[in-house]
Design a protein around this ligand. Structure first.
Ligand SMILES: Nc1nc2c(ncn2[C@@H]2O[C@H](COP(=O)(O)OP(=O)(O)OP(=O)(O)O)[C@@H](O)[C@H]2O)c(=O)[nH]1
Length: 298
């Protein structure tokens, strides 16, 4: 995957990938902010691309590309999505967002107090622009309505906890419940992230607990370490894949057919279908527990 910065045609100045954007959605479709043309990346590469295995204690050297596949995106058009970071203070949201934006600019972000980061990722040969919003703590200090709007305005949500802080894990569950209230019918990707996976000796939340929580709350799960740049690329690539999968899934769903009074045979068929669905749901739950850590499948 190639990380590309982007410019809007009418923007006179060069805009860096980390340039903050206005918080209000700009797009026309629900969950999508807008589409913009992309240009070739000038951005520093993002770090470590790692597996789900526990990290080693040394950061690995940055790979050539933070991508599953590189492509020249010049002239292409890509989707732009708003990804909201949620979680307790100090769990590593800003660190993850800074890595997303480009680690070489991290100090600059901190100086400027920026909390919205934009970057174009090329995942599986297709460009997608993510706008990562790290305003949760600021919203909390503000009014509850602005927190509410934060919970409503995302195309995807990343709920972060620290594996070394059980309290933050419990908060993550509460956040998931809050999100369920605001996004009951939506197919919005939610990814539970156990950050600080490098702090093995201080671990208070096991991988199994994180995974079980994700299964119960029907979301994806990944452990990361911002410090070691472990699984950070996988996280944001996963967000892109989840957005695409859901977009395709909802596009494939046909509008409901007009309802006519059901015949006895139809009712019997529905009854049998419900029975089958129940056992399918049980099977799906089992499958989810096996796949919740796979961010490339629904
Ligand atoms: N060991 C370790 N420390 C981390 C990791 N990620 C972040 N930290 C540290 O945790 C502290 C808090 O990180 P932030 O990124 O500011 O956390 P935050 O969630 O944005 O916190 P708020 O800004 O208060 O919301 C900093 O000292 C980071 O260096 C990690 O993966 N491992």
């Amino acid at each position: 995957m190639t990380l590309n910065t982007e410019q809007e045609a009418k923007t006179p100045l060069h805009r860096r990938a980390s340039t903050p954007l206005p918080l209000s959605p700009r797009g026309h479709q629900p969950g999508r902010l807008s589409t913009v043309p992309s240009t070739q990346s000038q951005h520093p590469r993002l770090g470590q691309s790692a597996s789900l295995n526990p990290p080693t204690q040394k950061p690995s050297p940055a790979p050539d590309d933070w991508s599953s596949e590189s492509s020249d995106s010049e002239g292409s058009w890509e989707a732009l999505y708003r990804v909201v970071l949620l979680g307790d203070p100090g769990v590593g949201k800003t660190s993850l967002a800074s890595l997303f934006a480009g680690k070489q600019e991290r100090d600059l972000h901190e100086q400027l107090g920026e909390d919205v980061y934009e970057r174009t990722l090329t995942v599986d040969g297709e460009d997608t622009t993510l706008v990562v919003v790290d305003t949760w703590e600021a919203e909390k200090l503000d009014k509850s309505w602005s927190q509410e709007s934060c919970l409503q305005g995302g195309s995807a949500y990343v709920i972060v906890y620290s594996i070394a802080d059980r309290g933050s894990f419990e908060s993550a569950s509460e956040l998931r419940i809050q999100l369920r209230r605001t996004h009951q019918a939506d197919h919005v990707p939610i990814i539970l992230v156990g950050n600080k996976a490098d702090l093995a000796r201080c671990r208070e939340v096991s991988v199994e607990e994180g995974r079980a929580c994700a299964v119960v709350f029907d979301c994806k799960f990944i452990e990361t370490s911002a410090t070691l740049q472990h699984n950070v690329a996988e996280l944001f690539e996963g967000v892109v894949r989840q957005l695409r999968l859901r977009r395709r899934d909802s596009a494939a769903k046909e509008p409901p057919a007009p309802r006519r009074p059901a015949s006895l045979a139809q009712r019997a068929r529905r009854f049998l279908a419900r029975l089958t669905a129940r056992s399918a749901r049980r099977r799906a739950l089992k499958a989810r527990s096996k796949s919740c850590h796979n961010l490339a499948v629904l």
